[in-house]
Design a binder for this molecule. Structure first.
Ligand code: UD1
Length: 418
């Protein structure tokens, strides 16, 4: 067990190089099972979710070798279609492997996935999509068992634009016979990135980024070198940190369009934002004003993965805000922890009613999930006095070298073994 000790109150200044996107790298790693060609993924973030995904690939018989910050995956010798339950429980994205494993072996066995405990997170849309492509699915003793004789293209209409279901169906359809059309597909930038990667190894996919994705099945895929897009959630987290602590921070290597919903809110909060190609500079030297309401939505709406961080910011803005979480029902677990730091927030159903206070005060708090944990770190950096954030393994799932990057900006944060 490790914790962060943070002495709050420092302003943040400097440049921060944004890591490649966790939510892009994970499905791309899952996709490597589809091909016998060697795939080199460049600049992979050093986060636990990626390490666990690589462990699962190794259990399937794939070879994975780190070359500095890059990773080379060779799936030509993959020989196993069972995803071990211990690892599936560590990582929700393990479910993305269903599509690629069933495509490769015509069999797949996976324990129900884990990941952040932020709500029910069902996989019904993943499974019904795979069934449409010809997969027979049974569920027994906590395992999902899949088999098929062959995969056939179909038209699939998703009940809601699930990111994971869209990606899983894309992976299963890449080598299916005929044409698959996914309607009401998720439009997140990471889905476009997956399309770019898959087309780079020989797939024929178009439409990602819109609500309709068309996949023409191909017989063979090859290898490639691929640099995933930057992590819009990491970038957003650092920009919110700068807004809360005051100072001037430049997030480098990020497409501003991918977080425009956040940038609009930060401008409403009173921050000065300038964009120059792939750099976003946020400057703030005064008390923030609260935004009236923020609702999480599928892309291009406000991302649920930045909900906790923006709520922390609202807590020390002047005025009242209502934050509505529309995607994951229990994603307010960090709020009782923020209250320990002096926040004035009431949660009713999916809404957090925030009355801004002058400052957070240092306290000992627990990170219950990845983004909620990041929000606590930001609150502690902006707080008066010393805080301890316990159980930071959740934060390590998605932020590589988090404390190093924050220290570079001037934050007083250290990691300590408990
Ligand atoms: C992905 C992201 C996660 C982000 C989320 C929403 C990855 C690795 N994770 O998670 O960081 O918070 O998108 O942007 O990319 N749903 C169903 N049935 C299903 C699947 C989903 O009802 O079969 C519902 C969920 O309960 C939720 C909504 O759809 O309410 C969106 O979930 P989804 O887009 O699938 O999220 P994930 O892919 O799990």
């Amino acid at each position: 067990m490790e914790k962060y000790i943070i002495n709050g109150g420092n302003k943040l200044y400097g440049n921060i190089k944004i890591q490649t996107a966790k939510n892009s790298v994970l499905p791309i790693l899952a996709a490597t099972v589809l091909t016998d060609g060697k795939v080199k993924i460049l600049n992979v973030p050093r986060i636990t979710d990626v390490k666990n995904m690589v462990k699962i690939l190794t259990c399937l018989g794939c070879k994975a070798v780190y070359e500095g910050d890059d990773i080379v995956i060779d799936s030509s010798c993959a020989d196993c279609y069972e995803i071990p339950s211990a690892l599936a429980h560590e990582l929700r994205s393990s479910v993305f492997l269903l599509g690629s494993v069933i495509s490769r072996f015509h069999h797949a066995k996976i324990a129900y996935p884990g990941g952040c405990d932020i709500g029910l997170r069902p996989v019904d849309l993943h499974l019904s999509g795979l069934k449409k492509l010809g997969v027979q699915i049974t569920e027994r003793n906590g395992y999902i068992l899949c088999k098929c004789d062959r995969l056939r293209g179909e038209e699939i209409m998703l009940d809601c634009p699930s990111v994971g279901a869209t990606e899983n169906i894309m992976l299963a359809a890449v080598k299916a016979e005929g044409i698959t059309v996914i309607k009401n597909a998720a439009r997140e930038p990471e889905i476009e990135d997956l399309q770019k990667f898959l087309n780079g190894i020989g797939a024929k996919i178009k439409g990602a980024g819109s609500g309709t994705i068309v996949i023409e099945g191909v017989k063979k895929l090859t290898g490639t070198n691929f640099l995933p897009i930057s992590d819009r959630i990491e970038a957003g987290t650092f920009l919110i940190a700068a807004a809360m602590c005051g100072g001037e921070v430049c997030a480098e290597g990020i497409c501003a369009e991918n977080i425009s919903s956040l940038l609009h809110k930060l401008k409403e909060n009173g921050c000065k934002i300038s964009i120059n190609n792939d750099k976003i500079v946020l400057e703030n030297h005064k008390k923030l004003v609260s935004v009236k309401s923020i609702e999480t939505q599928p892309y291009p709406g406000f991302p649920t993965d930045l909900q906790a961080q923006i709520t922390a910011l609202c807590c020390i803005s002047e005025g009242h805000s209502i934050i509505t979480e529309n995607l994951f029902e229990t994603r307010f677990k960090y709020i009782p922890e923020l209250r320990k730091m002096g926040a004035d927030v009431t949660v009713i159903d999916r809404n957090a009613f925030v009355r801004g206070v002058d400052k957070f005060k240092g306290a000992t708090v627990i990170a219950h999930d990845l983004r909620g944990g990041a929000a606590l770190v930001l609150a502690a950096l902006a707080a008066e006095g010393k805080s301890e954030i316990l159980d930071i393994s959740h934060i390590d799932r998605g932020y590589g070298a988090f404390e190093y990057k924050l220290r570079d900006l001037g934050g007083d944060i250290v990691r300590v073994s408990v």
